[in-house]
Design a protein around this ligand. Structure first.
Ligand code: ADP
Length: 533
């Protein structure tokens, strides 16, 4: 891909940045504090039909070989939404066999690139047509505000699929000048069967980040969705088949990590595995892949991103951006700005305003207009977050606001802000994955660079300053895969995403995402008459 020019990387920018929606929408600043009780007690009834709860193997919806199912729960109440087929090793074997056949025998990799591209474009059209049903399903299964699902996540998936549909017929190798009487070229070929394991925090975006480049490069796929959020992937995968995807090209197996996920990562007939999730599980997957057939692995793992507010920053903007960087998606983002470093000269003012901002955050039923924060995904995450809050209090951080569950049902947590957080506290070191902001004080640039880089993670960072020299210094010094300067969480189909250090390896999205799904074959042949070289 070296011949691809930078201009192609920068084209097609996507205007619906997450932050701009967060700031400009009527997300109800000023509605009552934590806005709990009434809005949480009577959940809105979602208006969508659940048509697909079986596994998708070889273009058919089928039961698990064992006949087992598992419940998927509504995070607003803990009630069962649906019982979903529980795939395990036997189902992964069936799905991999279907993907293998579809890859080895076609028609998918043997179609023209243009035909493949058209199918992916048709899929994007169907996503657009069914945007609101898909968003409803996503909110129901995940708990994220419907406005965000409908206006950001599903449209971003649609945009991403169009982006990769555009790539499908533009993937090709190079002619290489080599010493000697040889003609040398490279073929950029698909890897084969890709195993993809995704998490629950952005079920649809993670689905798109994975299948987009895999399909554009004409691979076939077995995807294992997260056990907390199986519904939306099944729904949209049905649309992909309606768009003309041949059977066996994309197989979706719902189920658990230690059974279905592990079987996929260690399968001898899977040629590559891509994973997004926790660093602990990433290590397991890496080891399963290397102990089986040494398949290449792409890992997008945890983070503890620094958000650095310099003394020259516009404090009101910095407060709002830092708030967004942490609280967006209930704080369930791997790149959340979960260490808010603030210069000592503006620290007190920042803390006061950050607290006021969190107190105005609207927590409520995610189907209601104006709600900014829904429930956490499940009881395990809910308990884990409350434990981190207790640990913050016990270790001596100052609880400025929040700190408790919101309401009495489901998995809602009050927006929580800690100040006086020290680097050695658990809340400053570990990934909380919830609505808990930790504010730390710094004195100078060298110090904050060292402290920001002291994390074992290196996924993202934010910098807030008007000083170009400082921005440029931090740009070079911070060891992270994404650096947002005076913005945060701006995503785009074309912008690569991935981590340094224990946040993983490989980059998803953009031109870089294609590299994970291509092999390079060097083809060398002699030129008979060197005079014609
Ligand atoms: P979380 O703890 O937030 O659920 P995980 O990293 O454990 O995050 O989960 C992300 C994805 O990884 C899910 O689809 C999950 O089922 C899967 N997973 C969990 N454990 C394993 C495992 N041992 N092998 C393969 N996949 C796994």
């Amino acid at each position: 891909m070296a011949s691809l020019r930078l201009s192609s990387l920068l084209s097609g920018s996507f205007s619906a940045s997450l932050f701009s929606l967060g700031r400009n929408s009527k997300f109800g600043r000023g509605i009552s504090r934590f806005n709990t009780a009434a809005s949480l007690e009577v959940p809105v009834t979602p208006s969508v039909q659940i048509n697909h709860t079986q596994l998708l193997i070889n273009g058919q919806f089928v039961d698990a070989a064992s006949g087992k199912t598992f419940p998927t729960l509504d995070p607003r109440t803990g009630d069962v939404i649906a019982h979903v087929a529980e795939g395990d090793k036997e189902d992964i074997n069936r799905a991999v066999a279907a993907a293998r056949k579809a890859f080895d025998e076609g028609p998918w990799p043997k179609m023209t690139a243009y035909e493949r591209s058209c199918i992916i474009y048709r899929f994007a059209d169907l996503l657009e047509k069914h945007n609101d049903e898909i968003a409803t399903l996503e909110t129901w299964d995940n708990g994220k505000p419907y406005e965000q699902a409908a206006k950001i996540e599903v449209p971003m998936l649609t945009r991403l699929m169009r982006y990769y549909a555009g790539w499908a017929d533009k993937i090709h190798g190079l002619t290489v000048p080599a010493d000697g009487p040889y003609h040398v070229q490279t073929l950029h070929e698909p890897i084969g069967v890709a195993g993809q394991i995704i998490p629950w925090n952005f079920p649809l975006l993670m689905y798109g980040w994975k299948i987009g480049p895999a399909l554009a490069c004409s691979n076939t796929v077995v995807m294992k969705t997260a056990e907390q959020t199986p519904l939306s992937a099944l729904y949209v995968s049905n649309l992909l088949h309606e768009a003309g995807l041949p059977p066996g090209v994309l197989n979706v197996v719902s189920g658990f990590g230690s059974t279905a996920g592990a079987a996929l990562a260690s399968h001898m007939d899977v040629d590559k595995v891509a994973f997004t999730g926790s660093t602990a599980t990433g290590k397991v997957i890496s080891s399963l892949a290397s102990k089986s057939n040494l398949k290449p692995v792409t890992l997008e793992l945890g983070g503890k991103s620094a958000f650095i507010v310099c003394e020259d920053a516009d404090i009101d903007q910095a407060v709002e951006l830092a708030h967004f960087a942490l609280f967006f998606n209930q704080g369930q983002c791997c790149c959340a700005g979960s260490r808010t470093f603030v210069h000592e000269r503006v620290y007190d003012e920042f803390v006061e305003k950050a607290k006021a901002c969190a107190m105005k955050r609207v927590v409520g039923d995610p189907f209601k207009t104006g709600v900014e924060q829904g429930p956490q995904i499940d009881s395990a995450q809910f308990e884990k977050i409350l434990n981190y809050i207790r640990s913050g209090i016990e270790s001596g951080a100052t609880l400025e606001t929040g700190g408790e569950r919101a309401g009495t049902k489901g998995f809602y947590i009050q927006p929580t802000v800690f100040s006086n957080v020290q680097d050695d506290m658990k809340i400053a070191k570990e990934e909380i994955f919830g609505p808990v902001q930790s504010i730390l004080k710094f004195k100078n640039l060298d110090e904050v660079i060292k402290r920001a880089n002291s994390s074992p993670y290196g996924l993202g960072a934010g910098v807030f300053t008007k000083n170009l020299g400082i921005a440029n210094t931090l740009m070079r010094a911070l060891r992270v895969g994404s650096l947002w300067i005076n913005c945060f969480d701006v995503f785009d189909a074309a912008i690569p995403f991935g981590g340094y250090k224990m946040s993983g390896h490989g980059r998803e999205k953009g031109i870089y995402g294609l590299n994970n799904y291509l092999q390079v074959k060097a083809v060398i042949s002699p030129v008979e008459n060197a005079a014609w070289l």
